[in-house]
Design a protein around this ligand. Structure first.
Ligand code: ZN
Length: 89
């Protein structure tokens, strides 16, 4: 007699929610997105997405994420492109 094994598979997907107080966002036109997007600073992006500066640099070089220069010459990252890129890191 053949025994049939019943295999039950349970996939658990979860999302982490990060709360960042005093998140400074700048809204402006993103040439990469061709629309108005929110930009955040590199240190904030590193903190929220738990990524490194070199990964940001790599993604920007591949034009996966979009960068622009802020008013005080700081480098800002397009939040929308970061969220889309998040799938790959
Ligand atoms: Zn963008």
């Amino acid at each position: 007699m053949t025994e049939t094994k019943k295999i039950k598979e349970i996939n658990i997907e979860y999302e982490r929610v990060r709360v960042v107080s005093n998140l400074k966002k700048t809204k402006s036109r993103c040439s990469g997105c061709q629309t108005t997007a929110e930009f955040i600073s590199i240190p904030i992006a590193i903190q929220i997405f738990e990524i490194t500066e070199s990964l940001i640099s790599n993604l920007a070089n591949q034009e996966i994420i979009h960068l622009r220069t802020g008013i005080n010459n700081e480098i800002l990252v397009c939040l929308q492109s970061l969220l889309l890129a998040k799938e790959s890191f």
